[in-house]
Design a binder for this molecule. Structure first.
Ligand code: SF4
Length: 348
């Protein structure tokens, strides 16, 4: 499905790829088409990009909430097998919610998370989001035990597994492919930049070719593929970030997750920032908004965009101090796209 312009209007173009769809796939396809048309053409203020809630509505009959889980994994960029000290921007404490602590065990965190979210929303399903550290970095038997403990909870409908692209292999992917026949399974790769020199500077411990190989090895297995980029790493220009987002979206990913660089306490980057702030060109909120519009205009229109900003807790965040939540940024973005009469993939 693609957006095209003709006589100044946006049209939805459906391409027949010659696939024979079974009835379940056909229903999902037409449901997606209906939601898409509704959003794009008939709903005032509808989204001008493929938004994440719509993605979930095409897959599930009810609201779905990701529950962050600390699965007790570590990271090869910290334990010495790939590197030590970790990526210069990383402090896992800054994005772990309070209910999410490995000491509570996986089932305990799920119970706690459900208690937390059920106060806000009634009647929903949950996905166990293995977020902290590298969640495929363990022997297969350990992965199976931890993932399957989460999936054994009656309210959990699937897994979202955040990981580094250099810690997946055929054996793990074969296992996830089997799981994906019964549950929703998403692997979310931390790519962060497509520029090898930038990856080296932030001590990432792998290059972009590794990410590309992992994404291609995951494709075609019924696993949803997410990819994560950070905008504003030191040394990266706007042009290279824009080209990087376009290049990443040309790979067979389903979901792109973006956020601005945040300098958080307890990281090597925080020390660099204090010692040499000129190294960093942090965005103002308005500059970042304009940049995200450009990214949306250029990236492949089939990719769902999960988020655009992150907000570390105030006690960790050094800069930039925007004081804006994801949904507030999204509202500003929607307004800007409307004003500019532009949309995802318009400038491809
Ligand atoms: S960002 Fe991920 S890969 Fe880098 S140090 Fe942190 S946990 Fe490890």
């Amino acid at each position: 499905m693609k957006l095209i312009t003709f006589r100044g209007k946006i049209w939805v173009c459906i391409k027949n790829h010659g696939l024979l769809l079974n009835s379940k796939q056909r229903n999902a396809y037409f449901r997606e088409l209906l939601i898409f048309c509704f959003n794009m053409r008939f709903k005032p203020g509808g989204k001008r990009y493929k938004d994440y809630p719509t993605f979930f509505r095409t897959l599930f009959d009810e609201r779905v909430q990701k529950l962050s889980i600390d699965g007790g994994f570590t990271c090869p960029n910290r334990d010495g097998s790939k590197g030590v000290g970790g990526c210069t921007f990383c402090n896992n404490e800054s994005f772990n919610p309070d209910y999410c602590r490995a000491v509570q065990g996986i089932s305990g965190q799920i119970e706690e998370g459900i208690r937390f979210f059920s106060r806000k929303y009634k009647g929903q399903r949950y996905l166990a989001y293995f977020q902290a550290y590298s969640n495929t970095y363990a022997p297969l038997e350990v992965l199976k035990q931890r993932y399957e403990e989460a999936l054994s909870h009656p309210m959990i409908s699937g897994l979202v597994i955040g990981t580094r692209p250099d810690v997946v292999n055929e054996e793990v992917l074969d296992y996830l492919e089997e799981l994906a026949k019964r549950y929703y399974v998403c692997v979310e790769y931390g790519v962060e930049s497509v520029n090898d020199e930038i990856l080296r500077r932030v001590n990432r411990g792998h290059d972009f070719a590794v990410a590309e190989r992992a994404i291609r090895a995951t494709a075609g297995r019924g696993i949803t593929i997410g990819a994560h980029l950070i905008f504003g790493l030191p040394g990266e220009s706007r042009e290279s970030m824009l080209e990087g987002a376009v290049r990443l979206c040309e790979l067979p990913i389903h979901v792109l997750k973006l956020h601005q660089l945040q300098i958080v306490k307890g990281t090597r980057m925080a020390e660099q920032y204090v010692n040499n702030p000129a190294l960093f060109q942090l965005y103002t909120l308005e500059e970042y908004l304009d940049f995200v519009v450009k990214v949306i205009e250029r990236v492949r229109p089939e990719v769902y965009l999960e988020r655009f900003v992150n907000q570390s807790p105030a006690e960790y965040l050094i800069a930039p101090q925007w004081g804006i939540k994801n949904h507030e940024f999204t509202a500003k973005l929607d307004k800007r796209l409307e004003e500019l009469d532009t949309w995802q993939g318009k400038e491809r």
